[in-house]
Design a protein around this ligand. Structure first.
Ligand code: ADP
Ligand code: ASP
Ligand code: MG
Length: 452
């Protein structure tokens, strides 16, 4: 059994969905059953829904409702292009009901003037509910027996809204009861990615880009042979293609490399995706839905050795560097504990940490609690904050075997002011933090040095 996850651009319109159907049909012909499909919302829909919630919460209800119009039309048009019969009507009615409910939510938010994370999840989840239902019917219409599953019944999560974590044991039990029998009956189960629900049935989401994670959770739950991530690029590339114009395809990655690249910003894979796959050693393959014959990138426990010490580069924008300096008690016992306790208290993750004799610098991505964090840190240290920073990272399992890499990285970045430099014990990555305005130049130089 394999799981195929299709991202937003791979389900963007009827044409993309027809390509999806052919990809699923081919997998079915090869395996004699399945596949299990996990799909994103149509591209742009999650952003649009979150904007609707924000506008409504800011009392711009008319604007919010106006924005729902084209979204409704886009879904209805796709339904009539792909399933113009009685079953299509049923899905159209479902779609209309969801949009009617969204309008009601928008009105309520306009009155309350407050958008809670729980409400954001209720709104954002609709994108995947609609796309998955539509794709299930489109498959049926194309002669592939399918079955829609409301992912909120299948993925059980905690209640950390907008970034919920799956409860794997419960989820696995449900997936085996719900998904596996459908495959055995000869059907193609279709679930929306990104969404789940708490034990009490309250809708949650797994964080932006979370459909990859859903794909892996489903794959692990049903013990899939392979998890495929179908997207709009040929696989993991040696650098972000929006910055470097000629990145190469990375044919193979180890789990550790993939997780490093995803964690440090290679958006093609959600950072948590690898976890469920690692636990069961399920290979993950990244593939291009516009070029289904490509070999893509294969991610597995161990990759075959090849020559390059750096496997790929990744970057992350919009970071904030927090410098914490103490003249009084630095390196005193307990200082670091106290410092990190502050970040823990505000549930804010730090990405990179460096220390010098009297100070610690950390980068944070999530700025929501930055003011409170600064205030709390100021009780025992001097704190300064610098926004618009970026992180650039060279990742590779073979980095540790080649002592010259760090020197090469620093040499090619000679003229770029580096704010932090970090390499930790695993020595799978070398990370620098720099001004966002220097990121593109720095990434191009590193790419030239290691890949061109
Ligand atoms: P999907 O909607 O299929 O989940 P995403 O937009 O989330 O797709 O991820 C794919 C995008 O990730 C690509 O279009 C590309 O711009 C971006 N990306 C960033 N870094 C990399 C990289 N190293 N390799 C491939 N793609 C990358
Ligand atoms: N639709 C969600 C998002 O845009 C999840 C995903 O596509 O992975 O973040
Ligand atoms: Mg994605």
């Amino acid at each position: 059994m394999i799981v195929q996850k299709f991202g937003g651009t791979s389900v963007a319109d009827p044409e993309a969905i027809r390509r999806l159907i052919e990809i699923a049909r081919a997998a079915r012909a090869r395996d004699g059953r399945g596949p299990v499909l996990v799909v994103s919302a149509m591209s742009g829909v999650t952003d649009a829904l979150l904007t609707v919630a924000a506008r409504a919460g800011a009392a711009h209800v008319d604007d919010a409702i106006l924005r729902l119009g084209p979204l409704r039309e886009r879904h209805l048009a796709a339904i009539s292009a792909l399933a113009g019969n009685a079953k299509g009507n049923e899905v159209a009615a479902y779609t209309n009901a969801q949009f009617d409910e969204l309008e009601a939510i928008a009105r309520a938010l306009g009155v309350l003037r407050e958008v809670s994370p729980r409400t954001l999840d209720a709104v954002a989840s609709i994108g995947e509910l609609l796309s998955s239902r539509l794709i299930a019917i489109a498959l049926e219409e194309a002669g592939v027996p399918a079955a829609w599953i409301d992912a909120r019944r299948a993925i059980v999560t905690d209640d950390d809204h907008t970034r919920a974590a799956p409860l794997m044991r419960e989820t696995t039990t449900v997936l085996r009861a719900l998904v596996t029998p459908l495959v055995e009956e000869g059907r193609v189960p279709v679930l929306g990615g990104f969404i789940g629900a708490t034990r009490d049935g309250i809708t949650t989401t797994l964080g932006r880009g979370g459909s990859d994670y859903s794909g892996a959770i489903v794959g692990a739950g049903i013990d899939a042979r392979e998890i495929q991530i179908w997207t709009d690029v040929d696989g993991m590339l040696t650098a972000d293609p929006r910055i470097v114009s000629n990145p190469r395809l990375v044919p193979q990655l180890s789990f550790a490399e993939a997780s490093g690249l995803a964690y440090f910003g290679a958006e093609v894979l959600h950072p948590s995706t690898i976890l469920p796959a690692v636990e069961r050693s399920i290979p993950v393959r990244i593939l291009n839905s516009r070029r289904p014959d490509g070999s893509g990138t294969l991610i597995m426990a161990q990759r075959s050795e090849n020559g390059t010490p750096v496997t790929a580069l990744a970057c992350k924008r919009d970071l904030t560097v927090v410098d914490i300096t103490s003249s009084r008690m630095f390196m005193a016992y307990g200082f670091l504990r106290r410092l990190f306790e502050v970040f823990e208290r505000f549930r804010t993750a730090v990405d990179v940490v460096t220390t010098s004799e009297v100070s610690v610098s950390v980068t944070v991505d999530d700025r929501r609690h930055l003011d409170a964090i600064t205030e709390a840190l100021s009780e025992f240290a001097d704190v300064s904050v610098e926004a618009e920073m970026a992180l650039l990272c060279a990742v590779g399992d073979r980095l540790r075997a080649d002592a010259s890499v760090a020197a090469r990285v620093l040499r090619v970045l000679e003229e770029v002011p580096l704010r932090m430099v970090s390499q930790a014990a695993a020595r799978r990555n070398i990370t620098v933090v720099l001004r966002q305005s220097d990121l593109a130049t720095a990434m191009k130089r590193l790419h030239e040095e290691f890949f061109e």
